[in-house]
Write a protein that binds this ligand. Structure first.
Ligand SMILES: Nc1ncnc2c1ncn2[C@@H]1O[C@H](COP(=O)(O)OP(=O)(O)O)[C@@H](O)[C@H]1O
Ligand SMILES: [Mg+2]
Length: 265
């Protein structure tokens, strides 16, 4: 399998008034084409920094980021991104918001074709009939659905998701998790998801990478080989509960605490 996202030994410090702040230390991860990778780690360990590097918005001091066999040296149009805050433009309708990446990536595509593509995705995520609404007329969950459509509209080779479900209520979040599996089945993509939610990582990902505390490095990798799309009750299987316990213990190590099992002993 070809590695679609290949992050090799990335090391980075921010220059701050108080001196250099090391945020990433020799972090590596490889995601083969079509696979879904989740990255979990303590707050401030460099996860969002990493997503900016994959999108080509900033460069590491050391190490390399490769996408599709090409070294990332400048902003990449072929990356789709979605964040915790959907950042939709209020002066544009939902349809116009979703079309935005096509205006940048395919400016010569006829308007009708752009709209047809956006409408196809909006229907897929259950937003048929909301195309003409403004973002403020939609619920948080609906805005996040629209933002996922915008991330996918130009058929990006890589989808980067930085805590996109973090601000939603638990039921809406589970709906969107299932939607991710549905989207992936209909339009395969390679994804890197940043999340704080271990259940989310186990339900969605083929591979979960635990980052250490700052400076973030690759601390632990868990492969999840259950075939996708997955039923939501997969989360209640004995195997999933074991995986969640393992990930939780790893997060505690990343936070500099002893795993729960040792603490009890
Ligand atoms: N532009 C910046 N300049 C200085 N420090 C920054 C900058 N961006 C982020 N940081 C700091 O770097 C660390 C890692 O940030 P970030 O990548 O956003 O972490 P995470 O997404 O894992 O919470 C944090 O301590 C944050 O305060
Ligand atoms: Mg972050």
């Amino acid at each position: 399998m070809t590695e679609l996202i290949d992050i090799k030994g990335v090391t980075h410090s921010y220059q701050t008034p108080a001196g250099p702040l090391p945020v990433l230390d020799n972090f590596s991860v490889s995601v083969p084409e079509g696979r879904f990778c989740a990255v979990v780690g303590p707050s401030g360990c460099g996860k969002s920094t990493l997503t900016r590097m994959i999108a080509g918005l900033m460069h590491p001091d050391k190490g390399e980021v490769w996408l599709h066999g090409e070294r990332v040296r400048s902003p990449r149009k072929t990356v789709g991104m979605a964040f915790q805050n959907p950042v939709l433009l209020e002066w544009r309708t939902i349809l116009q918001n979703v079309i935005l990446p096509l205006e940048i990536v395919a400016p010569r595509m006829p308007k009708a074709k752009k709209e047809a593509r956006a409408n196809e995705l909006l229907a897929m995520v259950g937003l048929e009939g909301f195309e003409g609404k403004r973002p403020s007329e939609l619920s948080g969950g609906m805005r996040q659905r629209a933002s996922l459509c915008r991330a996918l509209v130009h058929k990006p080779d890589v989808l980067i998701l930085d805590e996109p479900f973090g601000a939603l209520d638990a039921f809406t979040r589970e709906d969107l998790w299932q939607l991710m599996h549905q989207l992936r089945a209909e339009e395969p993509f390679t994804a890197l998801l940043i999340t704080h939610d271990l259940r989310e990582s186990v339900y969605l990902a083929d591979q979960v990478v635990v980052m250490s505390g700052r400076p973030g490095t690759t601390q632990y990798i868990l492969d999840i080989d259950d075939p996708a799309p997955r039923p939501i009750d997969m989360l209640y299987s004995t195997r999933s509960v074991e995986r969640l316990a393992e990930l939780r213990a790893q997060i505690q190590i990343a936070q500099g605490r002893a795993p729960a099992t040792e603490a009890r002993a």
